[in-house]
Design a protein around this ligand. Structure first.
Ligand code: 4AZ
Length: 439
């Protein structure tokens, strides 16, 4: 079998002839410009590119451009009696009931056809309903922007109905109603409760506290206590009218008229400034030993809570604060011993140190009393300093609520190894706070 090469070469030369007739290579008069193969190539490429971009944009907007949606649902729990133990999110009862509900909701959605859309569920509040308990649950989903609101809601409702079989020994009233919330509605629910940091506020998946400069809303309970517009001490918002701080802040003056309470990140441009009605200093405050270094300030008027101004949770007196656990201290104090206070709020991560370790001869040699708490890093370097006094030392619990565990009180200079920051141990004064404020 042979190949007819002559025919092939003839046909190729015929093709070349035709190309030349068409004007290839470009020795063509400009009048036949539209047939120029360069132009054709260009047009084809342009069309392909435009089509590709359009398809990519369509795919992106239909499939990947997702938006967060918040929903509220109330679960009536029939076989748990509402008790005082459920009044505060700090109790073990509150925490474990909330965790059980959160984990059932999470498990149900993670095993449903909404597993890729479901982000997080959080019990915003446990409240009484007669002798039963109602849990207000906020849920976050991510749907594409093109999704239909009514169909998203009905898909969530249908999965919620399956959930009722997952509660095990919790008896839940059937047919929980789902309401959709705006981002602002969800934030308003969280700001009314204590301890919501920015990640809880948006039910975000992760929290990254980075750097040393705080951002708006990171520590919404932090206040600056000022005399003549001059920052003296930090403080912590524990209700809409009460600030918790250190007794030694009032060495210079305990006249409420001389003080203001300032909110926001900056001490020079406060987001809100409030007058003070009264100052309550612990009766047994001892300046020499620094025992009972705790005080309260009552605001002249209640503050309206916002995303950036709301309360931290107080621990119960029995709350365990394990040595080695992470805590954050915040304030406008100096960055080094003997330095100036700063105008923008700073934060630093420290670890809890046991009173035993802190009382070692090389450390504070017995000066740490039971009402005190030490926190720092083994090698030093992370600490509160002058001007941070009265401010908060906080920890996040397993449900990502923030609790006040310490009040900046004293220390030998700042950030030195074996000389950690010393804080007033808030759990030791939980009853005193309750007696004085009713909180
Ligand atoms: C102070 O003088 C002060 N390193 C506060 C905290 C610490 C030291 C001093 C802790 O207000």
């Amino acid at each position: 079998m042979g190949l007819d090469l002559s025919a092939k070469s003839e046909s190729r030369s015929g093709f070349l002839k035709a190309l030349r007739q068409w004007g290839w290579p470009a020795r063509v008069p400009s009048t036949s410009r539209f047939l120029n193969p360069y132009v054709i190539c260009f047009i084809v490429i342009a069309v392909v590119v435009i089509l590709a971009v359009t398809i990519a944009l369509l795919v992106y907007f239909l499939a990947f451009d997702q938006k967060s949606y918040f929903y509220h649902s109330s679960f009536q729990i029939l076989n748990v009696n509402y008790s005082n133990q459920l009044n505060s999110p700090a109790t073990q009862e509150y925490r474990s009931l909330s965790e059980r509900i959160e984990s059932v909701v999470t498990k149900t959605f993670k095993e449903s056809n909404l597993r890729n859309q479901f982000i997080r569920a959080h019990v915003a509040k446990l409240r009484p309903d007669g002798s039963d308990v109602i849990a207000d649950v906020i849920m976050k989903f991510r749907f594409t922007r093109s999704s239909n609101g009514a169909s998203m809601k009905s898909r969530i409702e249908s999965v919620s109905r399956q959930m009722l079989n997952n509660f095990g020994n919790l008896e839940i009233n059937p047919s929980p109603e789902i309401t959709s919330l705006t981002v602002q509605d969800a934030a308003n629910i969280f700001t009314k409760e204590c301890g919501a940091g920015p990640d809880l506020m948006t039910l975000s998946e992760e929290r990254i506290i980075g750097g040393i400069k705080a951002e708006e809303g990171d520590w919404p309970w932090q206040v600056s206590l000022q005399r003549n517009n001059f920052h003296i001490c930090g403080g912590t918002l524990i209700s809409n009218t009460w600030i918790l701080t250190a007794a030694h802040c009032f060495r210079s003056s305990s006249n409420p008229r001389q003080w203001t309470v300032n909110f926001g990140l900056s001490t020079t441009v406060p987001a809100l400034r409030m007058r003070v009605r009264s100052i309550v200093i612990h009766d047994n405050y001892e300046p020499i030993t620094r025992e009972n270094d705790i005080a309260l300030m009552q605001l002249e008027r209640g503050v309206t809570f916002t995303r950036n101004i709301h309360t931290v949770c107080l621990p119960v007196a029995s709350q365990n604060i394990p040595p080695g656990s992470t805590a954050y201290v915040t304030g406008w104090g100096s960055l080094e011993y003997g330095g100036n206070t700063v105008t923008e709020l700073q934060q630093v991560q420290v670890r809890i140190i046991s009173n035993n370790v802190c009382n070692a001869p090389a450390s504070y040699n017995g000066a740490i009393l039971p009402g005190m708490l030490c926190a720092g890093l083994p090698g030093g370097g992370a600490d509160a300093c002058q001007g941070d006094s009265g401010g908060p030392l906080v920890q996040e619990d397993s449900r990502r609520l923030w609790f006040l565990v310490g009040i900046v009180s004293w220390g030998f200079q700042c950030g030195l190894p074996d000389k950690p920051g010393v804080y007033t141990r808030v759990t030791a004064y939980r009853d005193w706070i309750n007696q004085r404020t009713g909180i």
